[in-house]
Design a protein around this ligand. Structure first.
Ligand code: AMP
Ligand code: ZN
Ligand code: FE
Ligand code: FE
Length: 278
């Protein structure tokens, strides 16, 4: 089905593929569009645009913005915002620095737990990307303390794990406000995957985000089970929000392919129509 994959990562965050790889994959699938949504950065967008130029593939400029609520990460997808917007870029800059500080703390925790990773190696793995837990998890796998990145999350790094350190990030409502003020469209990413044991984000938080200008909810995500899709699909309907689909492709780090979830073009048009003045 030609549609838009509205949630993808590259090596500019914690994905393992380049923007050019992702454009090639989208073209091979015959997708109509590809949103570039790296964590807290917009650095991959110009390369994706250059790679897609003249192909007919539409690049949706975006980011997956980190917010935090009760020591749990909450991710807000933003699309079509002004890439030069000062307050938004300043918060993303601050977040990238905060990620480095937090990675330092996580490395210390692992060392205390007798896992001998180093910050130097974590920085090498992250390269130019804002440091994310998946980079740290790779370092843990490298030293042989676990077989897979998922095992590292399950044992230490999940939100309720012994090596977890929260980021100082804005409240999800403030994240929506920042994206809206930058002329963008805000969509709550994978709402079922937050909190202890993935109990999901509470309806009242989503209601507050909707009041702040949230436009959609990512209902169709590869890690959402049937009950999560029903629950958040119903919530989207009740709040008048658009149900969005995205693969959350991360390259080899996750068992998901680009295009595994796509949003139909007419639904993307509804999202696009929500851009301020657009
Ligand atoms: P960070 O932005 O550094 O907090 O890392 C968030 C990323 O870590 C997410 O985008 C996922 O890729 C990954 N992640 C978070 N929790 C888990 C988990 N329980 N299992 C596997 N991956 C996870
Ligand atoms: Zn990620
Ligand atoms: Fe996410
Ligand atoms: Fe993501």
């Amino acid at each position: 089905m030609p549609g838009f994959d509205m949630h993808t990562h590259t090596v500019f965050s914690d994905g393992t593929t380049t923007p050019e790889d992702n454009v090639a994959a989208a073209l091979a699938l015959g997708l109509a569009g590809l949103a570039v949504t790296d964590h807290d950065t917009t650095a991959a967008i110009s390369r994706a645009r250059a790679a897609a130029a003249g192909t007919g593939l539409e690049i949706v400029p975006g980011t997956e913005f980190s917010a935090e609520l009760d020591e749990t990460s909450v991710h807000v997808l933003g699309y079509w915002f002004d890439l030069g917007d000062e307050p938004l870029q300043a918060e993303m800059d601050r977040l990238r620095n905060e990620r480095e500080r937090r990675a330092d703390e996580i490395v210390v925790k692992f060392n205390e737990l007798a896992v001998p990773i180093t910050m130097q190696r974590v920085l090498e793995i992250a390269g130019a990307a804002p440091i994310g837990r998946p980079h740290i998890a790779k370092a843990v796998v490298e030293v042989g303390a676990a077989a897979t990145v998922q095992e590292v999350f399950d044992t230490w790094l999940a939100d309720d794990g012994p090596a977890y350190v929260p980021k100082y990030a804005v409240h999800p409502v403030v994240a929506v406000e920042l994206l809206v003020a930058a002329g963008g469209v805000a969509v709550l990413a994978h709402p079922a995957l937050y909190g202890r044991a993935d109990q999901g984000i509470d309806d009242d938080v989503v209601e507050a985000m909707a009041a702040a200008g949230l436009v959609g909810i990512e209902v169709d995500h590869p890690a959402h089970d049937e009950s999560a899709r029903e629950r958040y699909g119903r919530l989207a309907t009740r709040l008048g929000l658009v149900a969005v689909a995205g693969s959350d492709f991360h390259g080899e780090s996750k068992d998901v392919s680009l295009g595994d979830a796509v949003t139909a073009g007419d639904v993307v048009d509804v999202l696009r129509a929500s851009v301020r003045g657009g």
